[in-house]
Ligand binder design. Structure first.
Ligand SMILES: C[S@@+](CC[C@H](N)C(=O)[O-])C[C@H]1O[C@@H](n2cnc3c(N)ncnc32)[C@H](O)[C@@H]1O
Length: 215
């Protein structure tokens, strides 16, 4: 049971898929794990409960950061919480695991929201505003042999993610995938997505994946 302040992303299928993949990683008292785009901190709590000793959660939303703090307290977990933009505050640190379920939904415009619930899902017209930054920056904070677990929709270009990470000498793999029904946001954007050729006419589901990349 997680607390969630109003406007903070409710853990969903993508959170669960990522948690399932995370469960297969070896996490121990010395594991330094970074939860980028933490929301309620669901993945941070999973990691801490699975034994990761040094968990850091980052979110740009103040309400999300507060939610993570509350959930850490409730669960009795030690989680360092940073209110900030992606890797900005942790650039000089090194992690064994980076886990991220960032905003990845293709939006009507390229500008990403700087407030409100849509900040949890809107990611520019191609859905890659955050994914591209993570692909460029996350490998830098991983130790050799470190693992990045990244969730996204096929609507925001899985091949692009794999290529970008390979260009950073990461060994990449799609670790899990699931076909899920459109939620209200994608449902309201069906026409736009059809026009852009991202979905078929009448399509009502999307495939989400978890990419596993090893440095
Ligand atoms: C899809 S939600 C995922 C939340 C949580 N990890 C989960 O799986 O339930 C994405 C989160 O990214 C956060 N976010 C958006 N832009 C960000 C940025 N530039 N830096 C850090 N967090 C960001 C949002 O506030 C939101 O909490």
């Amino acid at each position: 049971m997680l607390l969630r302040l109003p406007g903070v992303y409710r853990p969903q299928h993508d959170t669960q898929l990522l948690a399932d993949v995370l469960a297969a990683e070896h996490l121990g008292p010395h594991t330094r794990l970074l939860d980028l785009c933490a929301g309620t901190g669901a993945l941070s709590v999973h990691a801490a409960a699975a034994g990761a000793g040094r968990v850091t959660a980052v979110d740009v939303s103040r309400r999300a950061a507060i939610s993570v703090r509350l959930n850490a307290l409730l669960g009795g977990h030690r989680i360092r919480v940073i209110h900030g933009d992606l890797l900005e505050a942790v650039r000089t640190e090194r992690f064994d695991v980076v886990v991220s379920n960032p905003p990845y939904v293709p939006a009507p415009v390229d500008t990403v929201p700087d407030r409100g619930p849509a900040r949890a899902w809107d990611a520019g017209k191609n859905g890659r505003a955050l994914l591209d930054r993570i692909c460029c920056e996350a490998p830098e904070v991983l130790v050799p042999g470190g693992v990045l677990l990244l969730a996204q929709s096929v609507l925001s270009g899985v091949e692009k993610t794999l290529t970008m990470l390979e260009e950073q000498n990461m060994l990449v793999d799609v670790a899990a995938s699931a076909e899920i029904p459109f939620g209200p946001v994608l449902d309201a954007r069906r026409r736009m997505l059809e026009r852009r050729g991202l979905i078929e006419a009448g399509q009502t589901t999307e495939e989400i994946v978890v990419i596993r990349a090893v440095k």
